[in-house]
Design a protein around this ligand. Structure first.
Ligand code: SF4
Length: 381
């Protein structure tokens, strides 16, 4: 079966091109510490061997940027740099990568008085001078704060859309059209809605699809599959990433799962999908990246899933995040959230902090809170 494809424009990323009917590219991201050059090169090679079309590496600071230059020397893979909060890192990384991803919601962290438009111009100049494509990567957990206040508290999609569309408009005005957009959420239904609405407004802009913090396999794959089926079968999506919480040695499963999902959708195997029940316990966990400070986070995510099996029939969300940078914000909407620091795990009930616990203390404490929430919901004590 030939999938329909939206008439998006072609965007070249190194030796591959997305959009304009080109094959849907499959991406992943290194979860190693960028400054650990050997480990990162090894993960890039693993991902490339598994068939990754583009491999993203996080860059937070000058040392990361220097490490990326050395990583570039050791691989011919198509690389993308993920600018985290420091937009100025676009300049040192652009000569070494084929694409730069920036998050509009992160342009506020440095040089707060400088207009975001000037920061985008800086990134565009670095990309343009170094033959790089761009991705405007909008993420539910870090939306531009100026947009959030304009919409009703429960409407998380409109601020994401407005942010993405406004950045597209500026990039077009600057004459830089070699970009794609992503609108990610941990809820597959929101990913579908946001991307459908964006594609209606801007059918010409290639879309990078992903369900962020989808969690551990197999659940994370199921959540992602549900969103991708709905979108790709409508012609929406030019490149994909399956974000899974996996130890570094298994990271390439993201690529294999992505390719399998594409093959299944193309073959019409979309009705064989396991039913995703949004009325049951939902565990979200981040895919991990170079910001993880304690790898015990991966094992903890697995243990949380095991320990909470008894609560499978309760419509609650538990979020397990790997770092102190995005973890605090991205756990705000979960009924119970854990974000992991180097020595402690921070426990939250929605945006309320419940304290920090050692890795060997957190599970019983989480259970206590989960039991209390269930008791409150069911009235059984
Ligand atoms: S929550 Fe932190 S560790 Fe996890 S993917 Fe996001 S930035 Fe990386």
């Amino acid at each position: 079966m030939k999938l329909p494809r939206n008439p998006t424009r072609a965007v070249r990323i190194g030796s591959i091109t997305i959009g304009d009917g080109n094959p849907i590219a499959v991406q992943s991201m290194c979860a190693t510490h960028t400054q650990d050059i050997d480990a990162t090169v090894s993960q890039v090679n693993d991902l490339a061997a598994a068939g990754a079309d583009v491999i993203r590496i996080a860059v937070d600071n000058r040392k990361d940027a220097d490490a990326l230059a050395k990583i570039r020397e050791q691989t011919s893979a198509t690389l993308s740099a993920d600018l985290q909060e420091n937009y100025r890192m676009a300049a040192p990384v652009a000569p070494h990568v084929d694409k730069i991803r920036y998050n509009p919601g992160h342009l506020y962290h440095h040089e707060r008085s400088k207009p975001w438009q000037d920061k985008v111009r800086f990134i565009v100049d670095a990309a343009g001078e170094n033959d790089c494509a761009l991705r405007v990567g909008v993420n539910c957990g870090s939306v531009d704060p100026a947009k959030i206040g304009k919409y009703a508290a429960g409407d998380s999609i409109a601020p994401m859309l407005e942010s993405a569309l406004e950045h597209c408009e500026l990039l077009d005005k600057l004459g830089f059209t070699r970009y794609c957009v992503s609108l990610k959420d941990s809820d597959p239904a929101k990913v579908v809605e946001a991307n459908k609405r964006f594609a209606e407004e801007r059918p010409d802009v290639p879309l990078h699809l992903g369900v962020t913090e989808a969690g551990l396999p197999p659940d994370g794959v199921i959540k992602t599959r549900i969103a991708f089926e709905q979108l790709l079968s409508r012609g929406i999506g030019d490149t994909i990433r399956v974000s899974l919480t996996l130890p570094n040695a298994r990271k390439s499963e993201e690529i294999r799962e992505g390719r399998q999902i594409l093959a299944d959708i193309a073959a019409g195997r979309v009705r064989s999908v396991v039913h995703y029940n949004p009325d049951s316990l939902n565990i979200i966990s981040c895919p991990s990246c170079s910001r993880v400070e304690n790898e015990a986070f991966i094992e903890l995510a697995r243990e949380v899933k095991e320990m909470t099996r008894y609560a499978a029939d309760h419509a609650l969300t538990i979020a397990v995040m790997g770092c102190r940078v995005n973890g605090p914000g991205e756990t705000d909407d979960a009924d119970l959230g854990l974000w992991c620091g180097p020595k402690h795990v921070n426990l939250k009930r929605r945006s309320e902090s419940l304290g920090a616990y050692r890795y060997d203390e957190i599970l019983p404490r989480l259970k206590q809170e989960l039991d209390a929430l269930i008791a409150r919901k069911t009235g059984v004590r």
